[in-house]
Design a protein around this ligand. Structure first.
Ligand code: IPE
Length: 260
C-alpha cells in the first residue's frame, strides 16, 4: 500500500484564498490512476485552510469566543477543497472516499489522541481509496487544534507501514538551500535521516499554521526512523509520480528509512 500526501501548495495557490489548481489536480489524478496501486491519499489545506486559520489564530487553541466561527468556517472550506479533490479522482474512476479528521480524529495538547484506524482498514478491505486531509479538530486540553496532513502522514505510516511514502510538493525535492531564494541551491537526490538535520529548510513565504517545511522534515524523520523510505517529488511534473510509483526512475529526493 502507498501513502501519498498531495501538498496544499501543489493543489491550491497558497497565497490566494480558495484557489484550487484544477488542472494540476486533474493531472495528478490521471497519473495516480495510471499507476493503479492500493493507496491512502492525504491532502493539505493550502489556501482553503491556512489563511483562515491564521486570521482566527486557530493554531493557538481556544482563546476567545469569536474563534469558534473561524473554526467552523475553516472546517467547511477544507471540506470544500476535499470535495474538489474527490471530484478529480472520481473523474478517473478512482473509488475515493472521504475520511474527514474532524469526525475521525481527536487531539490532546496539539497531538493526536485518537484516530479511527478501523475505518481506514475497512475501506481498504473493500478496495476503496481513503482520502483524508489537513483539517481542524477538537482538542481535549486546548479546545481545538489544527490537524495537519503531515501529522496524519506520520500516524498513518506508523500504523499501516506502507511500502512507499510519498510527499508531493511544489519543488523537485530537498535542496542544499532554499531554491526560491538561492540560485546556487542544488537538489539532494538521496539522503539518510542523519543528513536530513544538516539541510536548511525553505523559509515559508505564505501563511502557514503548521510549521511548513520544518514540520514536514521532522515528520519524515519519524517515518524514516521506522525503516520506511520516503520520497519527495514535484507535483507540477505529475508524470514523475507515476514513474516512481511503478518503480521507474524520475527526479526526486529519497530519504532512506533506518534508525538514526
Ligand atoms: C493544514 O494542513 C490544515 C489547516 C490549516 C486547517 P496542511 O499543513 O497539511 O496543509 P498544507 O499542505 O501545508 O497546505
Amino acid at each position: 500500500m502507498y501513502l501519498i500526501k498531495l501538498g496544499g501548495s501543489v493543489i491550491t495557490e497558497k497565497a490566494k484564498r480558495y484557489t484550487f489548481r484544477t488542472k494540476v489536480m486533474d493531472h495528478l489524478a490521471r497519473e495516480l490512476k495510471k499507476a493503479s496501486q492500493d493507496m491512502i491519499i492525504v491532502h493539505g489545506a493550502g489556501s482553503f485552510g491556512h489563511i483562515l486559520a491564521k486570521e482566527h489564530d486557530l493554531d493557538k487553541g481556544y482563546k476567545q469566543d469569536t474563534q469558534r466561527f473561524g473554526f467552523a468556517k475553516t472546517q467547511a472550506k477544507v471540506q470544500q477543497l476535499n470535495n474538489l479533490v474527490l471530484d478529480a479522482l472520481h473523474n478517473y474512476n478512482i473509488v475515493a472516499v472521504s475520511l474527514p479528521p474532524h469526525s475521525t480524529v481527536t487531539f490532546n495538547n496539539h497531538a493526536i489522541k485518537y484516530i479511527d484506524y478501523t475505518l481506514f482498514e475497512r475501506y481498504l478491505e473493500e478496495e476503496f481509496t481513503p482520502v483524508t486531509f489537513g483539517d481542524v479538530v477538537l482538542d481535549d486540553s486546548r479546545g481545538f487544534s489544527i490537524c495537519s496532513g503531515d501529522v496524519l502522514m506520520q500516524a498513518l505510516a506508523t500504523h499501516f507501514k506502507p511500502e512507499k511514502v510519498m510527499f508531493v510538493i511544489d519543488e523537485d525535492g530537498l535542496y542544499t538551500a532554499n531554491p526560491k531564494l538561492d540560485k546556487k541551491a542544488t537538489l539532494v537526490t538521496s539522503l539518510t535521516t542523519q543528513e536530513l538535520t544538516t539541510l536548511s529548510t525553505a523559509a515559508d513565504t505564505h501563511a502557514d499554521v503548521t510549521k511548513g517545511m520544518g514540520g514536514k522534515l521532522s515528520v519524515i524523520k519519524t517515518i524514516a526512523n521506522q525503516g520506511i523510505d520516503t520520497m519527495l517529488v514535484n507535483g507540477n511534473k505529475p508524470e514523475r509520480i507515476y514513474r516512481l510509483l511503478v518503480g521507474e526512475e524520475a527526479k526526486h529526493t529519497l530519504i532512506h528509512g533506518g534508525k538514526t
